[in-house]
Every structure is written in C-alpha cells, then in structure tokens.
Design a protein around this ligand. Sequence first.
Ligand code: HEM
Ligand SMILES: [Cu+2]
Length: 847
Amino acid sequence: MADSIQERGVLPNSLPRPAGEKEQLLRIWSTPPGWRWITAVNNTVVGLLYLGAAFAFFVLAGLLALVMRTQLAVPDNDLVGQDLYNQIFTVHGTTMMFLFAVPAMEALGVLLLPQMLAARDLPFPRLSAFAVWAYIIGGGVFFSTVFYGLAPKGGWFMYPPLTLTEYSPGDNADFWLLGIGFIEISAIAGAIEIIVGILRTRPPGMSLDKLPVFGWSMLVFAGMIVLAFPAVILATMFLEIERSFGWPFFTAAQGGDPLLWQHLFWFFGHPEVYIIFLPAAGLVSMIVPTMAQTPLVGYRLIVVALIAAGFFSFGLWVHHMFATGIPALSMAFFSAASMAVAVPSGIQVFSWIATIASAKERFRLTTPSLFVLGMLFIFTVGGLTGVMVAMVPFDWQAHDTYFIVAHLHYVLIGGMVFPLFATFYYWAPMIGTRRLSERLGKWCFWLFFIGFNVSFMPMHVSGLLGMPRRVWTYSEASGWGALNLVSTLGAYLIGAGVLVFIIDLIRNFRVGENGEPNPWQAGTLEWLPTDLYSTRSIPHVTSREPLWMQPGLAEEVDAGRHYLPNAPTGARETIVTSVIDARPQYVIQMPGNGWGHLLAAVFTAACFLLLTIKVVVPALICGVLAIACCLAWVWELDKGPGKGPVPIGAGITLPVYVTGPTGHGWWAMVILMGVAGSLYLAYLFSYFYLWTVSPRVWPASAQSLPDLEWPALSASLFIAGAALFALAQKTLAAPGRKPFWTPLLIGSGALSTAFAVGVAIVCHWQAGLRPSASSYAALVYMDGVLTGQLVFAVLIMSLFVIARHFTGKLDRVRSATLENTNLLVYYAAAQGLIGLLLVHGFPRWLL
Ligand code: HEM
Ligand SMILES: [Cu+2]
C-alpha cells in the first residue's frame, strides 16, 4: 500500500488547504491560559510536567545523598543520628528507584512518543494526566515524610521481618507500602497508555519494522512493568495486611517465610533494573545515529537484544539471594543466567560502537555525544562488576558491602542518568525554542563524569576492605576514612555538575514554539515542525529515517499535505492504525482538558495517605469521591458513532467509532487483564511456595475443609454471572430502543458474581478457618481478597453501564462500555474458578 499511494501521486496532496484550518487546530489543542493549565491533558504539557517532577525528585534524592556522604566523610561523625540516617538512605533509594528512574522513563515516553509517531496524542491522554498527578501528589507526600521523622527505615527493599510491626512499629513502614503500591498503580496506567499508543497510533506506513528503536525499547519497558510490578504490589499487600491485621505471610512461627518477600520483591526488583536501563538504551540508539549521520548498525539485532534482555531479566531474581542459604543447584543456575544476560547488553554496546565507527564524516562530539560516551565507559565498568557479583563465591564476599553500592550506582547512573542527560541536551530544541548551551553542557558533563568516578570508584575498595553498606558511621580504626573522604568530595563534584545543568536550563531553555526545527539533522519524525497539535498533518512513512530518505517531507507535512491536515470531527483526534503494518483503521476521538482526572488523582492520593495514618472514615469518603470523579471522566469517553466516517486525505475515509478487538479501549482492557493475571500468578506462586516451606500448617485431612457443595455453589454463581453478562450483550437493541431486560441481566449478573465470592469466603469462616491463624489460612482468604476487588470493580462498572442504558448511551452500535465490562467479568469468573480449584482442590486431592 505504501508504494501505491506514492505511485498514484495522491500524497503529498497538491491542492491548497482551506483557510483557517491551522487556527482551528490550534484552538482545539490549546492549553488553558494561566493557572488553569493544570487541567491540560495534552502530552506536550503533561509530559513536560511529568519529566520536570521526575527530575525534581532526582535533585531531592540527590540532596539526601549529599547528606549521607557528608555524614560519612569522616569517621565517628554525628551530623545525623542513626535513626535519621536509616530514613535518609531508605528515602534516597526508594525515591531514586520509584519516584525518579521509572517515572522519568515514562515521562519521556509520554513526551517523545507522540512526536516520534507523528500522532496528535497517545490514545489515553487523560489516563496519563491522571497518572502524573497521582504520582506528583503521592510522591511529594512520601518524600516529605523524611522531614517529620515518619519516613520508612527498612531500606528500599524493605525486608521483613525487620519491617514487620514488631521491629518497625509506627507508621513509617506503612508510608512506604501504601505510597509505593499507589505509585506503581500510576506506573501501570502509564504503561498501558504507552503500549496501546505504540501499537495503534503509528503513522500510516510505519510498520513495526520501521518503528524507531526508542519505541521498541518503550514497548519492552511497558510490557515488563505489566509483568513485574504486580509481584511487588502483591508483596506490599501481604506486608500491609500482615502489619495491619496480623495475617501471617512472613512470620515463620505461623508458617510464613520472610524469603517469600524476597522472592516477590526481586522478581520485580531485578527486572526493575532493566526497566530503567532498556529505555535509556533506546534513547542512546536514537542519539548515536544522528551524531554519526548514519543509520544504526544492526537495527533488527538491537530489537532482538532489547526483547531478549527484557525476557531473561525475569529469570535472574535469585541472584539477589545468594547469601540466603538457598539450594546450591539453583544458585548455579541463576549464576550462569546472570552472566548470560551480559550478552544482549554487549550486543547493543557493540552496535553503538560500530555505528560511531561507520560515521559518514566524523562523529560529532556534542554534549549529548559526550554523555553517551560517558555512559559507555561507566556502564561497562558496572557490567563487569556485575559479572563479578554473579559469581556466588565472590557475592558471598562482597554482599552488603560498599562494593555493591559502587556496582549498583555504576549500573544505574551509567545506564540511566547519563543517557537521561544526553536526552536533555539532545531533545531540548525539539521542545523549547533553543538549544542548551554547548559550553555549559561540557562543564556539566566533565564535572559529573569526573565527580562520579571520584565518588564511586573508591567504594569498590572500601567495600573489599569490608565496609558494610547502610551504616551511619564507622570507627577511626577501620582505616576507611581516607577513601570515604574522597568519595564525599566526588559527590560534591557531581552536585556541582547538576547545578551547572540547572543553571543552563534556566538561562537557555524556553518552552514554546519551535525554533530550529532540526538542529542535529536527525532522521526521525520528532524533528518535524510541530506545535501544540503535534504535526500539522500526519506523514506517510516509507523508511526508518523518513527525514533522511523522504526529502521535502518536513515542508509537505507542515503545509498540511499529508493525512488528517484538519479536524474533521471538530475535536481532538488522531489516526489509529493496524498493529503490524500500520494501515489506517479509524479516527479516534480524544478527550480535551478537564478537571475529572485531576480531582480523581487528588482524592485517590488522599484516600491512600489517610489510610496510611489510619484515619479510616475520611479515607473512605475520599475513595468514594475518587471513584465518582473517575466515573464522571469516563462518562464522556464512549463518544459513539454520531459523527460518521470522515476523509483523512489520500482518498481514504475512516469511521470515527469502532467496537470489539479493533478498538483501543479493548486493547487497554486486555492489557489490564494481563496486569491482574500476573498479580494472580504471583499469588499462586506464593501459595505453593509457602506450602513447600511449611507444609505443617496446611490441612492434614479433608475433614477440616468445607464440604465440596460450597465451592460447587460458588463456581455455578461465577459461571451464571458471566453467562448473564454475555446474554445482556445479546439483548442490546438498535439505537433509540431500551429493552428492559438489559439492565436486569446486567444487574443480576453482577450480583451473581458478588455472591460467588461471598460464598467462597463464608464457607471457610463456617469451617472454622481464621485468616490470622496460619499462613495457609491467610492465603486462602487472600484469594477472596484478590477476586473480591475485581468483583468490586465489576459492581461499579455495572452500575455505570446501567446508567448508560437509561440515558440512551448504550445500544447495539454504541456498545464499547458493556463490552469492556464483559471482558472484566469473564476474567473475574475465570480467576474465581481457578481460585476455587486451588483452595478446595489443593491439597485435598493430595491427602
Ligand atoms: C547522584 C549521585 C548519587 C549519590 C552520591 C548516591 C549516594 C548513595 C549512597 C552513599 C548510598 C549508600 C547508603 C548506605 O548504604 O549507607 C546510596 C544508596 C542507594 N542509591 Fe544512591 N546515590 C546517587 C544516585 C543514585 C541514583 C541515580 C540511583 C537510582 C536510580 C540511586 C539508587 C540507590 C539505591 C537503590 C541505594 C540503596 C538504598 C538501600 O540500601 O536501601 N542512587 N546512594
Ligand atoms: Cu539483579
């Protein structure tokens, strides 16, 4: 199709564009003036806010790092006491990992992807705006706990039993648990937006094979978030429930196991490192070709390496547990696997070097290039120490010493912070009117690079000399004083480098209309001339570097000569294309600015934070308000087919409303089910894991279990519920008609599903099982909790769909809302049935 459009000479469209078109686009996509910009949902505004917030958290956590380094500069220092030091390193680590690194990458996704895909926006702008506000509010409150002595002290990985109520009384640990659980939900919301955006809003012609590498890396990134974050969400649920209600998941005396936390945490925590690193690698793969003015060497190999690294990183979590006394065989396996994962990273490093070597003229040593080269050096050193600690005997030596602190900062700062600074310098002219200063940029780089090595290189040595991590002070006699002083001086050099960057930013960066459209002569679409509406028209893409291969494209696009040069429905919209080969499928109508998502974020954050300090009733009120705001916001989403098919240029006419598997909403729902599914898999893992650890608390005979009639009843109710919803879908009539049995079927389906969960829980209570009795009992009730929360969502969505029925917004054509509800119902029923099989069948059928 790509060629035929060009051959037919349809694009670029040579007819003059009608007057006023551009003004209309500007009006539709405008951001409200003054302080009301906070209601904006446009990715350009929200993405910048997101990135700004993430960077602010980097600076804040960096200041805490300086406090730590100052404390450690000389032996026997008493600048901060032990308790405060514990809070500071916990908040530093947690903020860097959860409030800076992951959000910064999501922010770049929200900010850069629409431009790289020449989409007017990603498909769920309000969802991203919601996620951003939730993160800013929740993160801000979490960070501020360090000023009130309320901050957690258990380290960023919060190992129990240290973090159980016995050893961590007070609310400090709860702030970590609820704060982080909540921020992860916002990360997942962002990941859904990114996946659907990359798969469905690419410009016509940009088949997956032509997707910019950053797009690929974000796809892997978001997919990994969907798979990995639920494990830690489940772990935080376990720990919070154990702290609040005493269900023993981690207390060994009652059949729990602190190692369960470690498994769940590192099943997330190891991939987390790649979640942070892979998008950064994607960014480097965009910058290097531009600076070398030549296509990336081995595009396909890089894509395979990204996917492979993402995939294998899930198999490596146990290497964080070599010192816990796990079986030797599994140590051998995970040790080998950990060394093997160096291969995909190596492929990427070699491909960048090859690209630099094959530069047409000379590789341009700009500030972004310097940061990329700095990254190559630092990250490689971190990778080498990584291979060292992947070896079990060495790990036993170095575990929990400053060697690990050095290693992890080499990997994280080399792998992520340097690419991020390269990104700032490289993409600033795309967003603002000016480039950042090359002169100040070089100062920033050298201060940062030298400071980093001065600070962290000596930590390898102090670690090997035995200095443990997470100590607030050490004695003169240890002989670590000189090394620590050097480390501290280095840290201040880093601080100076960051300061230079901030000064540069203030002096040279202005947000607004584009100045130089393509200052680095890059080949990808984000360097097309843009405005608030993104590009003036959406180009037809025929190569991986369209700006290099399709001369004149920028002018054509800016003159409105490609797709969708106007706003045919009079509102925000963009083209949705097919997943593999990006054929235009329909025009998506997108929401504009509004308050709903913002208030929803405020109330959600308030609900979680009030729960943390156990102010239950106001928390519940905020919860209800949050749900109400969400409903008000989604009410407008299903706009219906009212506007009819519209022409988008090149003789193509597209519908503005689709349902079923073509629709973007359906995709989001399916990914959400993936999230729920990985959460449940983590639960299944926990169930069998604790059974193998402490079979003694598992029932010894079928007598202590409820009779089989109960699960049978529950199962039939689940099945009936799903069937009633399926039937309701069938009763949908032609527009304008409202058959009375539709709401009846939906309502009874929802009740049936709710009773199913109720029966499953009640029968255990009847049989005398109490959740705080043993880890077995706690897990049984946990199944009810997990399916129960899905059913809670089903109940709310059912009321919503019924309301739509009565207001005439639900019929055979306009059925997306019910369709999505049904997907959730089917999923909930399936999970419910698996749960019944698990808790009633196992270990009954083994007895
Ligand atoms: C910018 C300069 C930075 C400096 C000077 C610095 C310094 C430190 C120091 C001294 C510790 C050790 C605390 C202890 O064990 O007593 C630490 C821990 C840590 N840092 Fe950094 N850091 C920096 C940046 C980062 C970045 C960018 C990240 C992640 C993206 C990060 C993640 C962590 C983590 C996860 C820990 C472990 C916390 C724990 O043990 O619970 N740091 N940092
Ligand atoms: Cu790891």
